[in-house]
Design a protein around this ligand. Structure first.
Ligand code: ATP
Ligand code: MG
Length: 475
């Protein structure tokens, strides 16, 4: 059998190079074949004929290549003049790794093509393929670890300070919730520790190694909620962002999704959430594919969900699905017995690294006369302010506490407290005065709204997200 082209007819370096390389390729490969400009077989070596199981190689000369090798892509190469350097081709039950090159005549026109079978089985490639697979898996694992960074919890149950019967009951129920993979509903006024508890339950549960993903329904504009929850398929929007985005449900897969301020969820989304909880699958926006998810849902709210169900602003079917295990966290004013322990824990956090500050019994008693609409978050603020004003003193006393408590207190005792009763009368920096006025307005609004932040924002004439911003700043 002769070579597919006439060695003497060529001229120029390229052709000479091919003539040198060709025998090497032919030798090293598991088979070689050439076609003419009409993609008819013009040459085939004995090895390829054997591989294809042809009894008589001569019988195929002149036949269209596809009538002999159905999946051949030689016609493409002849058509385009472009090589196909590596390809896997099916032939009966075999998979052949092939390379295909166009051939040109003296005038530079395509005169045909030549193909070499590099491997007639994928066995020699196995180490390469498995190394690639291993690297790919490592990469995926690293990506997952990176993505779940920041999806870990900060709190453990031990961080929920308190030893009154009310606090112990909360912790007992939290432990119960950790042991069962069921939805949990956390109820409590603002600042009572719903987030602390949600994270603790996750950290104690069998999903602790999985992600903890929180989403605050009140802080995200309604129009973005659906994408935030269920994700976006690639090309769903024609705008700038054409990439796909994973929703919180997918991010929380294998772990816990914490629906904070669930009472602020619009009715339309409630229906969709219910469906996801029933089916355990989500459909990203702009896609017609459903993605199975394995997520434990915990929800929290400071609103009266029962009343919302009664007035139709919260779906009862969703309410019962979320409220399988309910944990009601009592407000601080109902567990004043925990003030001592809370002050100890909070002061330790506040002066972490610095010199230790303690609070006197009279100081704790002064705290006990206030009604704490902002609960433990507010207690933390008050202690922080006291610490800043303590000027290196090691003890926070009642006088100092009274000075830093908001103006509205101490209510239960009914004694109005005048602002700044002691030494520093008169002028303070404007920023400080404004910040304090803002903090007080926020607390007053929260109080009047019974802890309902949407309503508090409305009372102040600001949007929910601005309200959240300010609440966080004064926290
Ligand atoms: N039992 C507790 N022991 C110690 N610190 C607590 C406790 N409960 C809450 N805190 C602290 O109080 C602050 C508010 O807690 P958290 O954010 O969990 O409250 P929340 O109920 O989620 O409030 P909101 O409704 O405003 O979101 C945090 O700084 C938290 O560390
Ligand atoms: Mg919270």
């Amino acid at each position: 059998m002769s070579m597919p082209f006439n060695a003497r007819s060529g001229s120029g370096l390229t052709r000479e190079l091919i003539e040198v390389l060709f025998p090497m390729f032919e030798q090293a490969s598991a088979g070689a074949i050439a076609v003419d400009r009409h993609s008819r077989i013009s040459w085939i070596n004995a090895r390829y004929a054997r591989l294809l199981g042809l009894a008589d190689p001569h019988s195929v000369i002149g036949r269209p290549v596809r009538s002999v090798i159905p999946h051949s892509r030689m016609p493409e190469v002849v058509e385009s003049g472009q090589p196909l350097l590596v390809d896997i081709m099916e032939y009966h039950t075999q998979q052949l790794v092939v390379t295909r090159l166009p051939l040109f005549d003296e005038l530079g026109r395509v005169s045909g093509a030549v193909a070499f079978v590099l491997y007639d089985d994928l066995q020699p490639l196995t180490p390469l393929v498995s190394k690639y697979r291993r690297l790919h898996q490592d990469l995926q694992a690293a990506k997952r670890a990176l993505a779940s960074h920041g999806r870990r919890t900060r709190y453990q149950l031990g961080d929920f300070a308190g030893a009154t019967p009310a606090a112990l009951e909360v912790k007992r129920r939290a432990r119960l919730a950790a042991g069962r993979d069921m939805p949990v509903l956390l109820l409590g006024e603002t600042g009572t520790g719903k987030e602390v508890l949600a994270q603790s339950i996750h950290a104690l549960s069998s999903r602790a190694e999985g992600p903890f993903v929180g989403v605050n329904l009140a802080a995200i504009p309604d129009s973005l909620l659906e994408a935030e929850f269920f994700g976006v398929a690639p090309g769903a929007y024609t705008g700038a962002d054409k990439r796909s985005r994973e929703g919180k449900f997918q991010l929380a897969n294998g772990g816990t999704l914490f629906l904070d301020e669930v009472g602020d969820m619009p009715l339309a989304l409630q229906a969709k959430l219910l469906r996801v909880l029933q089916e355990q699958e989500v459909e990203p926006l702009g896609s017609n594919r459903v993605v199975p998810v394995n997520v434990r849902v915990m929800a929290a709210t400071s609103r009266d969900l029962g009343a919302m169900v009664a007035d139709g602003s919260f779906r009862s079917d969703l309410y019962y699905r979320l409220n399988v295990l309910e944990i009601a966290i009592p407000p601080l004013r109902q567990r004043l017995g925990d003030l001592g322990i809370l002050c100890e824990v909070l002061l330790e956090e506040i002066c972490a690294g610095g010199s230790r500050v303690e609070i006197t019994d009279a100081g704790i008693a002064a705290l006990g006369r206030y009604h704490w609409p902002g609960n433990i978050r507010e207690l933390r603020n008050v202690l922080e302010r006291a610490w800043t004003m303590s000027e290196e003193a090691e003890l926070l006393d009642a006088g100092l506490i009274d000075r830093v408590l908001p103006l509205a207190g101490p209510e239960p005792a009914g004694e109005p407290v005048l602002p700044e009763p002691s030494a520093t009368p008169g002028v303070r920096p404007l920023a400080e005065v404004l910040a304090r006025a803002e903090a007080e307005a926020i607390h007053a609004a929260l109080e009047q709204a019974g802890g309902n932040r949407t309503q508090a924002a409305r009372l102040l004439g600001i949007s929910r997200s601005v309200f959240y911003d300010k609440l966080a700043r004064h926290s």
